[in-house]
Write a protein that binds this ligand. Sequence first.
Ligand code: ZN
Length: 137
Amino acid sequence: MNKVDHIGVAVHSIEDVLPFYTETLTFRCLHIEEVPSENIRVAFIEAGNVKIELLEPLNPSSTIAKFLDKRGQGVHHVAFNVDDIQTRINELKENGVQMINNQPKIGAGGAEVAFLHPKSGHGVLYELCEKKEKDND
Ligand code: ZN
């Protein structure tokens, strides 16, 4: 694991919470995009050397909609930047970690991502994230 890449935060509406991040906390919004495979819209906020990923459900079948129903708004996951994601997944599995995704899938920004099961993360949903284009940081 190289570093924490971002912290995912579930929100009802990016539009409603964005001024808190950009005006009150004075962070910069890097970009907003839809991730159709997950039925979500995401906004990436640059917060020092980690990003905050705001996750808004596009429809009730989204896992984020279900999370909001059950838990309300709040921290959803923590993502680690990795190289060679499939090798990391295989190593974790060899060490007894239960994965939600045994193979990476394409997430926001075209990154390859895979989630660890929160049972293996001791209550935290961790994501592995491999960028195809490296950040400038
Ligand atoms: Zn994420």
